[in-house]
Design a binder for this molecule. Structure first.
Ligand code: BG6
Length: 485
């Protein structure tokens, strides 16, 4: 059993992520008695707070971002008592000694969570080293972006590796903290039903959609430099793909699971060179209406013209025996028709239909794993419609539904970061991304970006509130495949 850390140090403690997710998650764990007793949380950032000021800041964040039914005055009060604050300009080494002094005795272990601009990673690691905050009982959690391409991610990883060996480095992909994402493992490896058909013999194609209705959300500076491919596909969507496509791991642990994921990521067929324009579609949202609300175009939001893609669709392949010839269609975008994250597995049709001569039409089976906003698993199967069939057999596709919300009603759905914080504090790396995975992800993404550049690919406009540019529909229709909408 690993020793839980006795202290938590939060870089970027006054940032947007901290307000919306990190502080509410830590509060959620605290309120349920899941944080180690005596664990203190020291926030640090450039903002000029003292302990009391940071506690007031945190109280406000909880007021805004914790649902009313979870707020409890006494739990909020005792949570705030865990919080401390040290002002720090992380770009300068000098301030780190005072930070170490503020933290005091870390002999019971320290977990650090770094949620800052990438440019501060290097100086922060240096500062931590200079202040003796990188010892064997210190582990570090890193929030993205970890670089903008393979080369820069290697630089970041090298800097971190100088102070923290891989087993003390926890790279965060918050999708892995989502309950429904972990459920992919339960579905695939906790049931004997699926595995025999989970391959090119049984599966026609896979679709992964992560659609959002939100636009820039005040993150213009970050987003415009990054775009949908690097913001969503490089990390979250490739992790989903890896979980769907990986071989059964021998054990539920960080080494076994990550070994299998990285094999998939390395087996991705490069989407490169002249193929890029045929296998990818990019788009940028124009004005329109999302859920009845009029919204502005991306460049109006941004207040300048831009070539950044807010939508991307890709046809991918995993080149190994299991997935030979099975396309994986990925798409993600902002300001789309609905907020939805789902994986759709379409199975092969039956080899021979005994119903055809009797007028019965068959649809192939489909498995839908809906990750959000609803959480369910649905298997669409064929059934006979009741009737005497004098005019032919009538068959209908009907859903076998497993609603996780319903089945596990009464179990609280946690913010992904709650799980990840606890794992970081306790030192369990299973749901964090290993360096070799990140690098395999970047390698695949970089080739696509090079292809866009070489081919002069520019994002096509699409109306806000739609499902993206029509070329994204053509991408699958060419193969006789329709997006699940
Ligand atoms: C983040 C991206 O990693 O994930 C955001 O930077 C995106 O642009 C977010 O909105 C989506 O996460 P979720 O959990 O809301 O699906």
């Amino acid at each position: 059993m690993r020793q839980p850390a006795g202290k938590l140090l939060l870089f970027g403690a006054t940032g947007d992520l901290s307000q919306r997710m990190l502080l509410p998650s830590l509060y959620g764990l605290h309120a349920d008695g899941l944080l180690p007793e005596g664990l203190t949380i020291t926030g640090t950032a450039r903002s000029d707070y003292d302990d009391a000021g940071f506690r007031a800041f945190a109280r406000e964040a909880l007021d805004h971002f914790v649902p009313a039914d979870r707020k409890d005055d006494s739990a909020v009060g005792s949570f705030l008592e865990r919080l401390f604050y040290q002002r720090l300009d992380a770009s300068k080494t000098e301030g780190f000694a005072a930070l170490a002094e503020k933290l005091g005795d870390i002999s019971n272990g320290l977990a650090i969570f770094l949620s800052t601009a990438p440019s501060l990673f290097g100086p922060t690691i240096k500062g931590l080293e200079s202040a003796g905050l990188t010892g064997a009982n210190v582990r570090i959690g890193l929030e993205k972006p970890l670089g903008v391409d393979l080369a820069s991610s290697r630089i970041v990883n090298d800097i971190v590796a100088e102070a923290f060996p891989e087993d003390r480095t926890f790279r965060i992909d918050h999708y892995l903290g989502k309950e429904t994402v972990q459920n992919i493992l339960a579905l695939r490896f906790g049931n004997s039903l699926f595995e025999p058909v989970w391959n090119a013999q049984g599966i026609d194609h896979v679709q992964i959609t992560v659609s959002e209705t939100v636009g820039l959300e005040g993150r213009a500076g970050y987003y415009d430099d990054v775009g949908a491919l690097r913001d969503m596909v490089q990390n979250h969507m490739l992790q989903l793909l890896a979980l769907i496509a990986m071989e059964p791991p021998a054990r539920f642990d960080g080494t076994s699971i990550r070994d299998e994921k990285v094999k998939v990521l390395r087996s991705l067929r490069p989407v490169a060179g002249v193929d890029v324009p045929n296998l990818t579609v990019t788009g940028q949202y124009g004005g329109g209406a999302v859920k009845g609300e009029i919204v502005r175009s991306y460049d109006t939001d941004l207040e300048k013209p831009s070539d950044t893609e807010t939508f991307v669709a890709i046809k991918a392949h995993v080149d190994n025996w299991r997935w030979h010839g099975v396309p994986f269609y990925l798409r993600t975008g902002k300001r789309l028709a609905e907020r939805r994250s789902e994986i759709v597995i379409q199975f092969k049709p039956v080899p021979h239909s005994i119903f055809a001569d009797r007028g019965g039409a068959l649809q192939p089976n489909i498995l839908v794993i809906r990750l959000q906003p609803e959480e369910y698993i649905q298997l669409r199967v064929m059934a006979k419609q009741p009737g005497l069939d004098r005019e032919g057999i009538r068959l209908k596709e009907v859903p076998l539904n497993l609603s996780l919300e319903h089945e596990f009603a009464g179990t609280r759905r946690r913010i992904a970061y709650e799980r990840l914080f606890l794992d970081l504090i306790e030192g369990d790396p299973t749901l964090f991304v290993r360096r070799d995975e990140v690098e395999a992800q970047w390698e695949w993404i970089d080739a696509i970006r090079e292809g866009w550049k070489a081919g002069g690919v520019k994002p096509r406009p699409y109306a806000s509130g739609s499902w993206g540019p029509s070329a994204a529909i053509a991408l699958t229709e060419r193969d006789g495949v329709t997006w699940n909408e």
